[in-house]
Design a binder for this molecule. Sequence first.
Ligand SMILES: [Zn+2]
Ligand SMILES: [Zn+2]
Length: 391
Amino acid sequence: MTKHDMNFALAIAFAVVVIGLGAGFLVGTLTRPAAPLAELPAGPVSFSPDAVQSDAERAVGTIPGYSDVYVNDYADVLDDTAEGAVRDDLILLYDQTGIEMTVLTIPDLATYGHRGTLETFATALFNTWGIGNADSNDGVLVLVSVGDRRIRIEIGAGYSRAWDERMQRVVDEGFLPDFRDEAYQAGILTGVDETIFELTGNYPDEFEATTLERGFGRIWHWIQALGQFAWGLIAAPVGAVVFAVRRHLRNRPRPCDVCGTTMLRAGEQADDAHLDGGQRLEEYLRSVDYDVWHCPSCAHMLIQRYRSWFSGYSACPQCSYRTLSTTAEVLQAATKSSTGRKRLDYDCQNCGYHDSEVRTIPKVKSSGGSGSSRSSFGGGSSSGGGASGSW
Ligand SMILES: [Zn+2]
Ligand SMILES: [Zn+2]
């Protein structure tokens, strides 16, 4: 390689790095939210629960209770998978930001004897449940009244009036398009993600990402989407070729080492007669496959050994056949705060060798953590802020 080649290669490498970083940063910047949560006023916000409650008493019949702080699908528009996805996103939101956001679907207001508007019902319910932190009042309620064809995003008293407009955008662009097609599940999935994006500047899978990471994250999402398609096109034929080549090499006729005559392969039954007990057990356990070749002229015999990579048996330290099974028993499960212990038992099916050892299980990583065990709201309140929509 000449000095010129070297410089050229360095220049190419440098250009690749610069273009890569630039693209990552550009996409990260383009996808950055306009409204970080830091705009929320700090500290308690003045709020008069008496006024709301007397208002609520006039209009509201009964307020339904909740069985879950994340999703209560009383209108039954979410299947289990979608409900789980929404709950996971809201748990993540809580874990990362402390914001208590909850989704409630109801058949209609009449079910609860309510004669007023969706807005008064939402405010009364928000304050009865106590959604959000009691000091920062940053809770969020997404209320969908399917029969009334109305949606309300009710936000805590800690959000300034500017947030009403942002929530209106979420209602109009996140929830309503699918709701108009009566695709309530799709609308809720999209709308919840958009609400979280509006609140935090991140979609649920982007929490804690820097601008650069977020940019690469988006690019990676695109590559993955393309990649899954491309891999399907590439992997199948490549796999088929590899398999065919291996089978060809294994089955190809081979000359006898002694006399040069082309050898013949014995069938599986005939194989066994030439294998010892350990080898037969390996074949039975499918940890090793044996081919027996014999020479028709001089009776020379050749045994070929093909090891299986996925048999679950490993080589025995005593008899060295691949007949050693490993079983694990958890003695003490790991938690987020402490490591666990498991016992591994090694038993050879061939020679009866046995060994046992205790190993440490690493601590559970704390993603998806504390919010999943939360069972009640923080006592937050709303003074009627938020946005509504009809379809
Ligand atoms: Zn021979
Ligand atoms: Zn053994």
